[in-house]
Structures are given as structure tokens and as C-alpha cells.
Design a protein around this ligand. Sequence first.
Ligand code: DGY
Length: 319
Amino acid sequence: MKPVLLVTRRLPAAVEARATRDYDARLNAADAPRSPADILRLAEGVDAILCCPADRLDAATIGQLPARVRAIATFSVGYEHIALEAARARGIVVCNTPDVLSTATAEIAMLLILAACRRGGEGERMVRAGQWGGWTPTQLLGTQVSSRRLGIFGMGRIGRELARMAGAFGLAVHYHNRRPLPPELARDARYHADDAAFLAECDILALTAPGGAETRHWLDARRLALLARGAVVVNVARGSLIDDAAMLAALHSGHIAAVGLDVYDGEPAVNPGYLALERAVLLPHLGSATVETRDAMGFLALDGIDAVLAGRTPANLVV
Ligand code: DGY
């Protein structure tokens, strides 16, 4: 008999095909969002759960999961939606999908940098609205990206991939992390242990650090003020890293010239202040959204579950 796998959302066809081949897979063909109560109901008789970032696996939910559940794999690199301590206490192994999404997510960071600096969103809206009257010497003048300074907060895999891409655009890369990277990983990027020294070096600030309590509202009014006037900020990490009220105030005062966001605090809700701002480029959490990346994420999540159920330690172990 195949082990039973609960899959909380619809996954790419190739991933569902493998899940169905190897498991008695409970899929979600309608792709309906699952509440914690839904997950508990559907987890009866299940050996493992393949969940997604929008699922809330908090301590109370994990505490009530059937004893049979041995593994939770999230279809994401981020795992702040899973109560790790509660999982550990229950002996449930948690895994995620690192590495395979770094390039796709860094591409979206680059897209936001280019669109925010070169006013891509405004231009696109103007053309679509039929409001473009033709080329003029002063229309939608932006900021050249090449040869500016890019600050990366969170020099993990996604940050390093962004640094690699930024090099091709002639950006000088600075980064702020808990620790400096070994030289072979840092390459030309310059480390700043101190956030004030780091922020003073950023014409463009990219947020690529994990979400969670430690980074909640990291970019607050104090740190925004440490950026040079006219700086551009992009966020492909988690919406929780930005204090939206402080960011909107900085955008309104002109201290921040433009913002590019792929993630939002409390998403899918988006702070209405951003919607009203021409200088905000807003994407719907597209970071890892390529066919090859989403397939790879699904396969990696399944690899993790396969390993746990076979009594091995998964390569993508979180706890
Ligand atoms: C992740 O993997 O954490 C992303 O946000 C989803 O692409």
C-alpha cells in the first residue's frame, strides 16, 4: 500500500503526476485555499503533508495533527508559516525547497530594480490607458541603474544570485548579513556589519532576508532615514520586512524615490497606500513563478518526504 500524502494546493502537473505515482495523494484539483481546520480534517489517515506558504501550520494546528503524520514539506524556501518548535516536539520532520528558486527570485528582484528605477510600471500604464502622446525629451525620466550601488540585505542564496546578476549591470554590490561570507561566495560584494554604514552605501536597497520575528519591520522609519534621499527599495523576501506606514511616509516625502514589491505584509491584501502611488511597482509574489522552478520545487519537496518516510534524513531538512 502506498503512503498517504496530503497536498494542500494544486501543484504543477509534473509534480502531481509524481505524487500520484508514488503516493496515495489527496490533491486539491480546485486549488481551494485550506484553513487550519480544513488541513486538520484532511490530514486524517495521512503520512505526510505537502503544504504551501499561504497555509498556516501554527502550533495549535500542528499539535492536533494525527500521530501518523511524520513529515511536512513546504513548497517554498520560506517556512515562517510553520511552527517549527511544535513540529519538533511532535517528532514531525519539516523540509523546504532551497536553492532551486534562487535564480528565478533574483530575476524578479532585477526586474523590480529595473522597473522601479526606469519607471516601467508608469510607462506601461500610460500606454495601456491610451495616454501616450509620443516621445518627448522629458517624459518619464528615471534613474540609470548601471554603475549605481546596490545594497543587499540578506546575502543568502537569493541575495548571492542577485549580486551575480547585478555585476552584469555594472552595479557595485554592498551587503549586510549577520556574518560576512567567505571570499569565494562574497566575490566583489562589500560587507557591512553595521546597518547604518550599510544603508549609507545603498542607491538601491534589495531585501532578500528571510521573514519571521527576527526581521519583522526591519526596514522601519529609522533605517529608511539612513538611506540617501532618492534611494530605491525592492522587496522579494517577505512583506513583513517593511514597516509599510514608514515606507509610505518616505515615498510621499520623496525621500524614497520608488519601491518595487513582490511580497506584502498580510498578503494577498496590499496596503492601499501603495496602490495609489505611481512610483510603486507591484507584482503578485512572482519570485519563483517559472515552470522549471515550480517543477523543481515540487520535486525537491517530494524528495524530502520520500526520504523521511524511508527513514533517511532529507537533504532539505529544516527541523
Ligand atoms: C518561497 O519559496 O518562500 C517563496 O516566497 C515562494 O516562491
